[in-house]
Design a protein around this ligand. Sequence first.
Ligand SMILES: NC(=O)c1ccc[n+]([C@@H]2O[C@H](COP(=O)([O-])OP(=O)(O)OC[C@H]3O[C@@H](n4cnc5c(N)ncnc54)[C@H](O)[C@@H]3O)[C@@H](O)[C@H]2O)c1
Length: 280
Amino acid sequence: MQALKGKVAVVTGAGSGIGRAMALRFAKEGANLVLADIEDTALTESLALVRDEGVDAVDVVTDVAQFEAVEALAERTLEAFGTCHVLCNNAGVGGGGSIAKAHLVDWQWVLGVNLWGVIHGITAFLPILEANGEDGHIVNTASVAGLVAGPGIGPYNASKFAVVGISETLFHELGASGSKVGVSVLCPGYVSTNIATSQRNRPSHLQRGERAPGDARSRNADIAANVATGMDPAQVADLVVRAIYGNKFWVITHPELLTAVRRRNDALSDLRNPEQPTFG
Ligand SMILES: NC(=O)c1ccc[n+]([C@@H]2O[C@H](COP(=O)([O-])OP(=O)(O)OC[C@H]3O[C@@H](n4cnc5c(N)ncnc54)[C@H](O)[C@@H]3O)[C@@H](O)[C@H]2O)c1
């Protein structure tokens, strides 16, 4: 895709962090925007920021874990702009704790947003991107946790490995069919966002019903400290725009973390048991 000017971009999780930064960066490039998030107030703030850049934009409160909501988002996109060129399946939640102590609702919540949100986005929007006959692009937000599996974040790792797998499959399939829609997978390391307070968006029917165990709370405190000193989301958004323009699949924010990925892949090639990854 050569330019975003005058194109239509949909960003989920646009109320905060990486999603807000991508929306703002796309607006600076002249794209019109559809902003989606489960958080109403944060979404309204993002809408105002984007409109300040002089582009047309609408916001749609959306729970990406619900297919009907994502279908409604697609309908609203068509109503507002008639088509869509860029889809960023970015909404996501994090949460720590060992697999042994995880409840089914922990898996259901994290996979519902991080994995099913991406599936819902692709299902509802890919036909729209393909139908306009113009260049398009899908950016799925995974994580370094989709490339190496460290302990203490089982559901999150599962969701992000799946998003990498889906993105790679889609890349091959769209390439083979001669589609004009490109695919990128965003695999950030720590980025300074609100992800450490993801529980704020956990629906009542997927609550644990009891306080999270100590290991989960201490893992979450570690994550919060690393996120607080993480990369500026605006830098991540720059990398995403470059990937869209350059049709690059991998968007890696912290290339130094690829050492851990190489170690994992080397152990796999040699059929050695996995080493615990170190991020540094
Ligand atoms: N921040 C990091 O260090 C980091 C690292 C790797 C990957 N990521 C990924 O980046 C993406 C964006 O997260 P972030 O770091 O900007 O966090 P964030 O909390 O700042 O933003 C995430 C947004 O998603 C929204 N959201 C949550 N549940 C939703 C739902 N069911 N439907 C729609 N929207 C929902 C939240 O309201 C929020 O606005 C996520 O997929 C996350 O897993 C973040």
